[in-house]
Ligand binder design. Structure first.
Ligand code: PNS
Length: 169
């Protein structure tokens, strides 16, 4: 008997500048109920990122290396076009506080309008990570605060290398 074909492919899109423990938790939880999770880094970011797409790919690949059904990729253009091209049937997004809801609601409905077959699945961030964001991690680190426990260890090391002299707590 041959192996069952991959059926449930989820795309988890984002900036991941850098990946936090909140993102990682969501990736691992998603990997348990789909056949494949494609973590898709937005390439044509309008915000000025701290890390290049290549650096973000490397960090994501390193911290998900033990999970064979997690793939790291990057994309430009419309998310729904990328997801359809990869054969995905769902987009996964994390929700922390209620303040995330409005933007996510808009994006989900716009994406559904563009590609009705693609379903957006919302995952609740775990309690421990519900206040963690890449933006705050960067801000706290730049101002010399500790981000230990908020990002995976390799990310902490990259932050220290990128911003020497700060965040050495
Ligand atoms: O981590 P972020 O910054 O919250 O992720 C936002 C992201 C990448 C999911 C969103 O900006 C996106 O999908 N961009 C791709 C362009 C696109 O499809 N725009 C229309 C979305 S409604």
């Amino acid at each position: 008997m041959g192996q069952a074909p991959e059926t449930r492919i989820a795309v988890y899109p984002g900036s991941f500048d850098p990946i936090t423990n909140g993102h990682l938790d969501l990736i691992l939880r998603t990997s348990r109920f789909v056949d494949r999770v494609i973590v898709a880094i937005l390439g044509n970011e309008t915000k000025q990122p701290l890390f290049s797409v290549q650096e973000r790919r490397e960090m994501l690949s390193e911290v998900t290396a033990d999970y064979p059904n997690v793939e790291v990729d990057s994309f430009d253009g419309l998310l729904v076009d990328y997801a359809a091209g990869r054969g995905a049937t769902m987009i996964v997004r994390g929700i922390r506080a209620i303040s995330d809801y409005e933007n996510e609601w808009q994006m989900a409905l716009m994406n559904r309008r563009l590609q009705p077959q693609l379903e957006t699945i919302f995952m609740m961030a775990s309690e421990a990570n519900s206040f963690v964001s890449s933006r705050l991690v960067k801000e706290v680190f730049k101002l010399g605060g500790s981000v230990s426990g908020l990002v995976p260890r390799p990310v902490e090391a990259r932050l220290k290398a990128r911003l020497p002299g700060v965040g050495n707590k």
